[in-house]
Design a protein around this ligand. Structure first.
Ligand code: SF4
Length: 238
């Protein structure tokens, strides 16, 4: 492989549950922050996922833009553990502005707060029109759009971000949007579920005779123990 490479968990299009409009979603692999109750334990291992050249991801973006994408959502994992190749990708997305009928925005989820970022991470974060920042804190549930816990902040960084995200800053949807998407690696839930939604989903699946091999919000060993009938529902998720 030549050129910068990102470690990627997955990407999906069209994503409508993480940001306004219709979006390309890219989930980067690797997170050192280990928030208790994280719903994406599968993204923690920095050696997991797939190595994908930035050129290929930029091509996925251009293809999504041609098909009507209004923005890019970058999540994880922790995107800012890979700041240099992330800058290369976001720069390519920025340069594509003007080629699409609707100016695309960039929404980035990071578990860091802005004060924690080093220079390289700050540069990568500066490409985002909007950041959702801060660790997931399971004990502080919220209904605010696209935030998993009440401490997380929506930080608007551009005029485009101000125009497009103003309706969402204080929005508390009655039922947050969730999508179910499938690829060769499994079935994925896209969006920020309310606290208790994921354990309920597991119960419903089992009630209907579906037995998922593993879920991303529980360590595999704990998941097996729970399935054997302890009835515990720890590992409660946002
Ligand atoms: S919630 Fe986000 S920041 Fe926290 S451990 Fe999970 S992926 Fe990392």
């Amino acid at each position: 492989m030549t050129g910068p490479v990102l470690r990627v968990s997955r990407s999906h299009f069209p994503v409508t549950a993480l940001g306004p409009g219709t979006r390309l979603g890219i989930w980067l692999q690797g997170c050192p922050l280990a928030c208790p109750g994280c719903m994406s334990l599968d993204t923690w291992d920095p050696a997991g996922g797939h190595a994908v050249p930035v050129d290929e991801l930029a091509a996925r973006w251009r293809d999504a833009a041609r098909r009507g994408a209004t923005g890019l959502t970058v999540s994880g994992g922790e995107p800012l553990t890979q700041p240099e190749p992330l800058v290369a990708l976001l720069d390519a997305v920025h340069r594509s502005r003007g080629e699409t009928p609707i100016e695309p925005d960039i929404l980035m989820f990071t578990g860091y707060s802005p004060e924690e970022l080093d220079d390289r991470q700050r540069e990568a974060a500066s490409y985002a029109d909007v950041l959702i920042t801060g660790r997931y804190e399971a004990a502080r549930p919220t209904r605010l759009a696209w935030r998993g816990s009440a401490n997380q902040r929506m930080v608007v960084q551009s005029d485009l971000g101000r125009r497009r995200y103003a309706p969402y800053l204080d929005l508390e949807p009655e039922r947050p949007a969730l999508q179910v998407m499938a690829d060769g690696d499994g079935v994925w839930i896209v969006g920020v579920p309310l606290r208790g939604t994921l354990p309920r989903l597991e119960r419903e699946l089992r009630h209907h005779g579906l037995d998922p091999e593993a879920v991303t919000w529980r360590p595999v060993r704990q998941y097996r123990a729970t399935r054997k009938g302890s009835g515990r529902e720890d590992g409660e998720t946002p």
